[in-house]
Write a protein that binds this ligand. Structure first.
Ligand SMILES: Nc1nc2c(c(=O)[nH]1)N[C@H]1C(S)=C(S)[C@@H](COP(=O)(O)OP(=O)(O)OC[C@H]3O[C@@H](n4cnc5c(=O)[nH]c(N)nc54)[C@H](O)[C@@H]3O)O[C@H]1N2
Ligand SMILES: Nc1nc2c(c(=O)[nH]1)N[C@H]1C(S)=C(S)[C@@H](COP(=O)(O)OP(=O)(O)OC[C@H]3O[C@@H](n4cnc5c(=O)[nH]c(N)nc54)[C@H](O)[C@@H]3O)O[C@H]1N2
Ligand code: SF4
Ligand SMILES: [Mo]
Length: 710
């Protein structure tokens, strides 16, 4: 790029969350003057949130790493790329030669799905590591949704997306799109879209233990006891079947298992689940009837139902509700996208159970083990023990259950390398940190989020800034490291034509060979459309789109039916209270926060302290606690301190802490975040409590006690 002068405008998509907001960045020469929503972006229509403005802070952040760092006895030192690659490869090879290939583990974090280079080329590095000890943020997030999609529709990425723009009835379980901006539902400007449902006479209903921003906007909000959603969903399906309200329509032609359903849900009358869910039986009956009667309706669930003990069953029942009411694959229901680059078709359907974790024996899914076993795989001695780690864009110390134990585990490793832009709670344990370019320095195309969006669309964003001299893109880091690890094997030969393809070349190929390629969609075409192109509303895709061998939906997969025994067992056990842990902990997301890594932007953390414990005033009164005071929160695994914030928007008996905080650990080099450290909810969460069906972490519903800080 040549030096640019005068006023000009750069258009791109924000890559921070899943919403795909178009940005209009006003420039003066090489300086950013303002970041605004791009009104001409047909998908986002001008919406942005405060995080987009902070993209410039990340770009300019003096704490952001720009060159490889090596940890020495005397502190961290900057080193050259070649030296760094040599040292990393030599150490990983040494450990694998001594202890076997599984002695190296790898953890992939969330920003990888927001990054084109990672989406296209991170697998090269993962393959070159040749380890079965692979972990990612998937198993602390949406694994139950992928697992369910695999069993019911034949492919882990064939996720039904709520057709919010056409629905008459939107039933939301455990999601707060007004704070999160939508997830597995890419829908920039979700508030406008929800209000539009109401304006056209439809209804929005939210099920959540807290009256969130989204619940406040809804027509109806049902408080539910944490982690009891599976019961409510069972009772909804029960009522619809019992009252003869099921009308799957054309879906019946290619759905197996409609007859097997009744037997499973028969015991779950609204009266039976009313106690444990805290929702009156009449309300459940009325909700079921309303949902079944709506001209179109869609049930959708996210983190609040994914990260609990019955995450798999909850997402299964959500799909079941949509299917038996005929709302799958029809406008206004839950639909499948037609992405311009079809990574579903090209991607892996999702095998499972090919290997198990060494210590606890948990099964892999799609090549990955549950993140909840990572610490024990490092700490348990013996054959197959993890002795070295590679982390890529992940901060598992703050984001996985019992993060303190993982913190200790990482400190005990023989070797660790982190590909990351910050020196944080996780990467401080690395021997070498390799920092890639990020955000405004990268070109962008949302390979994943176009697959999850409420309208079909495509948009390419060029890089705004040239990388600093000597900086590397992450895909370049993966390529070089893979080559050094590969001992010159064919596929990784740098002269091999496949290995000379840049992300842009791959993108162009994907667009030309995708469903709109014949109509002329290509990278060149997208380069002439800086606001992106609209490819229309979602279309019915079934049964052709199914990836099951017989092209039929499995309404009652065997594994789901088996897991129902666990529901019976858990809820007949009755009391949740143990050892005086008399409150139930849930999480929350905040608009100005993005998991663990954006607290170093002053504009996002200034003002009132946000890492607080929310509690109902009655619970505080019973414990003699007052708003603003520091309290101690204890669970089976740990104890943290936080300021107390009282609110009637949370159910009595329930307390809430946002995740991603706790920046006061020694060695962290995030100057702003350290001044707003907060404490980590995952110092309390329990790595032994999982959704046993899928292996996903069950953060929600943790028994805790809260007392005066002494
Ligand atoms: N208790 C509780 N825990 C949770 C959740 C919860 O709701 N409650 N939510 C879970 C969910 S949904 C998720 S997705 C996980 C997230 O878990 P993680 O992915 O492990 O954590 P992040 O906070 O996203 O950390 C991202 C890391 O990537 C780095 N990074 C940022 N941009 C780039 C880049 O461009 N390149 C590279 N190489 N690195 C980059 C950051 O510095 C940071 O170290 O947390 C989970 N943990
Ligand atoms: N601002 C911001 N946006 C983000 C992120 C962020 O950290 N900050 N993270 C991004 C990521 S990685 C993800 S995965 C998405 C997640 O997107 P969402 O799932 O929309 O995120 P949350 O706000 O965590 O919503 C979960 C809701 O579940 C509720 N809940 C808790 N327990 C239960 C329960 O037992 N039952 C029910 N029914 N509800 C319950 C919580 O009160 C909360 O309102 O957000 C993404 N967007
Ligand atoms: S909602 Fe998400 S995509 Fe949109 S501006 Fe905010 S962080 Fe970026
Ligand atoms: Mo996530």
């Amino acid at each position: 790029m040549t030096e640019r002068t005068g006023n000009w405008t750069h258009y791109r998509t924000c890559n921070l969350c899943e919403a795909m907001c178009g940005l209009e960045i006003a420039m003066d020469g090489e300086r950013i003057v303002a970041i605004r929503g791009d009104k001409a972006d047909p998908f986002s229509q001008g919406h942005i949130c405060p995080k987009a403005i902070a993209l410039q802070d990340i770009y300019a952040d003096p704490d952001r790493l720009k060159s490889p760092l090596r940890r020495t006895a005397a502190g961290w030192e900057s080193i050259g790329w070649d030296e760094a690659f040599d040292e990393v490869a030599a150490n990983l090879k040494r450990i694998q030669a001594q202890h076997g290939r599984n002695a190296v583990g790898v953890y992939l974090g969330n920003p990888n799905v927001h990054n084109l280079g990672s989406q296209l080329l991170l697998s090269t590095l993962v393959r070159a590591l040749r380890t079965t000890n692979r972990f990612s943020a998937t198993s602390v997030d949406q694994l139950p949704q992928q697992f369910t999609a695999r069993l019911m529709f034949g492919h882990q990425l064939l996720l039904p997306i709520p057709d919010v723009d056409r629905t008459d009835y939107f039933l939301i379980f455990g999601a707060n799109p007004l704070a999160s901006n939508g997830s597995l539902m890419t829908a920039a400007g979700i508030e406008r879209r929800l209000k539009a449902i109401q304006r056209r006479g439809g209804r929005v209903v939210v099920v959540d233990p807290r009256r969130t921003e989204s619940a406040a906007l809804a027509d109806e909000h049902l408080f539910i006891r944490p982690a009891s959603d599976v019961l409510l969903l069972l009772a909804l399906v029960h009522t619809i079947l019992a009252e003869g309200l099921a009308h799957p329509g054309r879906l019946a032609e290619f759905t197996d298992g409609l007859d097997a359903l009744w037997e499973l849900v028969a015991p779950y009358l609204p009266e039976v689940v009313s106690g444990p869910t805290g929702i009156p039986a009449e309300t459940i009956g009325h909700l079921a009837r309303e949902f079944a009667a709506a001209p179109s309706a869609v049930c959708y669930g996210r983190i609040g139902v994914s990260t609990q003990r019955f995450g798999g069953l909850c997402h299964w029942l959500i799909n079941v509700l949509n299917i038996i009411t005929g709302n799958l694959d029809r406008p206004g229901g839950a639909m499948f996208t037609t992405p311009a680059i079809d990574i579903v078709d090209k991607g892996r359907a999702g095998k499972m159970g090919r290997w198990r974790s060494r210590a606890r024996g948990l099964a892999e899914f799609a090549g990955e083990l549950p993140a909840a076993v990572l610490a024990e795989e490092i700490l348990t001695p013996g054959e197959g023990q993890i002795r070295a780690m590679v982390t890529v864009a992940g901060n598992p110390v703050l984001s996985t259950p019992n993060g303190r134990r993982l913190d200790e585990a990482l400190a005990s490793l023989d070797y660790m390398v982190a590909i990351d832009i910050y020196h944080n709670e996780t990467t401080r344990h690395a021997h070498i940190i390799l920092p890639p370019t990020t955000g405004l320095e990268t070109e962008h195309y949302d390979l994943i989020f176009h697959v999850l969006a409420v309208r079909n669309s495509a948009k390419y964003s060029p890089a705004l800034f040239e990388p600093a001299a000597g900086a590397r893109h992450d895909w370049q880091i993966y390529g070089t490291l893979a080559q050094r690890l590969s001992n010159g094997e064919k596929l990784l030969d740098p002269a091999h034509p496949l290995n000379q393809m840049t992300p842009a070349m791959m993108l162009d190929f994907g667009l030309r060979t995708g469903p709109y390629g014949q109509d002329g969609l290509s990278l060149e075409k997208l380069q002439t459309e800086p606001h992106g192109v609209d490819l229309g509303p979602l279309q019915p895709r079934l049964p052709e789109r199914l990836f099951t061998a017989d092209k039929r939906i499995q309404l009652v997969p065997e594994l789901m039916a088996q897991d129902m025994a666990r529901v019976q067992q858990v809820f007949s056990d009755g009391t949740q209270e143990l050892d005086g842990f008399d409150l139930t902990l849930i999480g929350r997301r905040q608009l100005r926060s993005n998991n663990s890594w954006m607290h170093n932007a002053e504009r996002l953390v200034r003002g009132k302290e946000r890492c607080t414990l929310l509690m109902h005033p009655n619970d505080a009164a019973a414990r003699g606690l007052a708003t603003g005071q520091t309290v101690m929160i204890e669970s089976r695994v740990g104890c943290i301190e936080l300021p107390l914030e009282l609110t009637e928007t949370i159910m009595p008996g329930v307390v809430s802490i946002p995740h991603g905080w706790g920046h006061d650990r020694p060695g962290v080099q995030l100057r702003v975040a350290q001044r707003h450290a907060g404490a980590s909810i995952n110092d309390l969460t329990d790595e032994m409590v999982l959704d046993d069906l899928t292996g996903n972490a069950a953060f929600i519903g943790l028994p805790v006690r809260v007392g005066n800080y002494k």
